[in-house]
Design a protein around this ligand. Structure first.
Ligand SMILES: NC(=O)C1=CN([C@@H]2O[C@H](COP(=O)(O)OP(=O)(O)OC[C@H]3O[C@@H](n4cnc5c(N)ncnc54)[C@H](OP(=O)(O)O)[C@@H]3O)[C@@H](O)[C@H]2O)C=CC1
Ligand SMILES: O=C(O)C1=N[C@H](C(=O)O)C[C@H](O)C1
Length: 267
């Protein structure tokens, strides 16, 4: 299958390019990253030349007629590029986080008739972390999320933390009448001390640390006990199998799908 990658020089994009180059079923036909334009992709990956010159923009990539495009860039750039891919009828697998709800709605419209998968987290552990957390939601009175990422991350909170919070709220609403307990803080001595609130119900605390990769903790509380569900991505290789699974599935879709939960075989 002919694959294009947007963000080929980035932390995840480069890991994805390496995996495609090693996969006999996949052919990397276009790689885009403005800062790598004109350079052989092999060189940028610390390998010998592979004969694929990185491009500056999505127009050059579309010209190579990829069957699927993978995007790990930045939300504003990604949104514009995805509209162009949808108009060209090219399916996309998107890991970029930080889209607004309105951008997501417009992308949903743009991809009617064309496959697109947007997932806030492609690692199997994070997907299972979200499922486990949703399962626990009805049984605890309170919950907060702590996410830690590398200090280069531009968006906060993480897409995974926001999605987890939303899933907790839905799971609770479906199972019990009462929302999670409200915050009782009446003397906020420093702005931000209680984190950011999702839908007025679940708080997220974002840590940005040199040395971190991607880490999520969901901490539940009930009388006399807490339960912590934690996932750690120690290496960007954790995202690659999920991305390749989405590539295999997106060609059979004719709409935008959020997340890869539905592609995982039940065990
Ligand atoms: N869904 C998931 O499982 C995961 C999602 N992510 C998300 O993926 C995104 C990328 O993460 P990460 O790889 O760590 O970030 P990086 O900053 O390392 O990579 C992004 C790359 O995209 C490049 N870029 C910027 N604009 C464009 C453009 N218009 N066209 C092509 N390339 C462009 C950047 O270039 P430059 O540096 O010059 O700006 C950079 O090389 C983030 O939104 C992150 O949250 C990350 C990990 C997993
Ligand atoms: O920027 C990152 O690194 C990550 N971003 C995604 C997110 O915002 O949830 C996925 C993972 O946490 C790594």
């Amino acid at each position: 299958m002919r694959i294009g990658v947007l963000g080929a020089g980035g932390k995840v994009g480069s890991a994805v390019c390496r995996a495609i180059l090693e996969d006999p079923e996949l052919e990397l036909v276009a790689a885009v990253d403005p800062k790598l334009a004109g350079i052989d992709l092999g060189q940028t990956l610390g390998k010998s030349a592979v004969g694929l010159i990185a491009r500056r923009d999505v127009e050059g990539l579309i010209g190579e007629r990829p069957e699927v495009v993978i995007d790990f860039t930045e939300a504003r750039a990604s949104y514009q590029n995805l509209l162009k891919l949808a108009a060209a009828g090219i399916p996309a697998v998107v890991g970029t986080t930080g889209f607004t709800d309105s951008e997501l709605a417009k992308l949903r419209d743009a991809f009617v008739g064309v496959g697109c998968v947007i997932a806030s987290n492609f690692s199997i552990g994070a997907i299972l972390m979200m499922r486990c957390a949703a399962m626990c939601a009805p049984y605890f009175d309170s919950v907060e999320i702590v996410e830690s990422h590398h200090d280069q991350k531009v968006d906060a909170p993480s897409g995974t933390a926001i999605e987890t919070a939303r899933r907790l709220i839905v799971a609770r609403q479906e199972a019990v009448d009462t929302p999670f307990l409200a915050d009782n803080t009446s003397n906020l001595k420093l702005d931000g001390a209680r984190g950011a609130e999702v839908e007025g119900e679940v708080r997220i605390h974002s840590l940005r640390l040199r040395g971190a990769v991607a880490h999520h903790e969901v901490v539940f509380g009930a009388v006399g006990q807490t339960l912590t569900i934690r996932h750690d991505s120690h290496d960007r290789g954790s995202f690659v199998p999920g991305v390749l699974l989405a590539v295999a599935r997106v060609v059979g879709l004719d709409e935008l799908v959020i997340g890869i939960d539905g592609f995982l075989a039940d065990r």
